[in-house]
Ligand binder design. Structure first.
Ligand code: IPD
Ligand code: CA
Ligand code: CA
Length: 253
């Protein structure tokens, strides 16, 4: 079990990150394009990350910090690492769609041990500690266990990898034909929380980075679901991978 000063410190930091997002001043915001299709970074992604880096390293000074907007991504190693997405759903944020999250994963020896994902627009704080269950604003959450025929399917388009679109949409059509319906929220971290909370049953994306899924994968598992690569192999947290999260019945997809 992690010390309460660590888990409560992470929760306080993520709520402060949400404040920055909610108070964003659109008149002074700057938007830059990064490499890859439809890949943006705003002054707020950078400001949130800077604040989180400072606060999280005050909580665990020995930890490695990996943040999406770092110029150089440090490798996770033995011991503690933070993997942080300061704004997951940057395009939604730029377009003011009110569906973005902050995601913090704490890893010990390269495996997630604590996760916090915050949706500041709905004041929803999802947390999980390894072996201790998953929670939404302190209340336990669980996957739904519904059959595929009653499932809501969530997916991400892997927008920065257009070469994966065909494969991705083929799988989507296949699942759509057997399930209830599909949704695309634009924040992979939030998609994973949706599966964990039993609001949706399946999420997939052909390529995600560790900051998109490190925290969410632990929340799904602690809520009783599965989070793996698309072919069922376990996730790792050092480089981009496909992600499949399931909270419905264990049917072949
Ligand atoms: C993106 C979001 C989106 C997913 C992309 C991610 P970002 O993260 O999670 O839902 O489809 O693959 O890169 O760039 O907004 O932090
Ligand atoms: Ca992201
Ligand atoms: Ca991001």
């Amino acid at each position: 079990m992690l010390d309460k000063t660590i888990t409560e410190g992470i929760n306080a930091a993520i709520l402060a990150a949400g404040e920055i997002i909610m108070n964003a001043d659109r008149n002074t915001e700057t938007v830059e394009e990064k490499t890859g299709h439809a890949n943006f970074v705003t002054s707020y992604d950078k400001a949130v990350q800077e604040m989180l880096k400072k606060r999280l390293l005050e909580i665990l000074p020995e930890a490695v910090f990996v943040g999406e907007e770092e110029d150089v991504h440090r490798e996770i190693q033995k011991g503690y690492s933070f993997i942080v997405d300061p704004i997951d759903g940057t395009t939604n944020f730029i377009r003011d769609m009110h569906c973005s999250t902050v995601s913090i994963g704490l890893l010990l020896d390269a495996e997630p041990v604590y996760a916090a994902i915050y949706n500041p627009y709905l004041s929803e704080l999802f947390t999980a500690q390894k072996g201790q269950g998953a929670f939404l604003n302190g209340q336990p959450i669980h996957v739904s266990g519904k059959p595929l025929s009653e499932s809501i399917i969530l997916f991400g388009t892997s927008p920065y990898y257009p070469e994966l679109a065909k494969k991705s949409f083929e799988l989507l059509i296949n699942l759509f034909n057997r399930a209830l319906d599909v949704r695309r929220f634009g924040s992979a971290a939030y998609d994973l929380c949706m599966v964990a909370a039993g609001r949706a049953e399946l999420f997939f994306e052909m390529q995600l980075s560790p900051w998109d899924y490190a925290a969410g994968s632990l929340i799904v598992k602690e809520a009783g679901g599965q989070a793996t690569q698309l072919d069922g192999t376990p996730l790792s947290y050092g480089h981009p991978l496909s992600v499949l999260a399931r909270g419905g019945q264990d049917e072949k997809i």
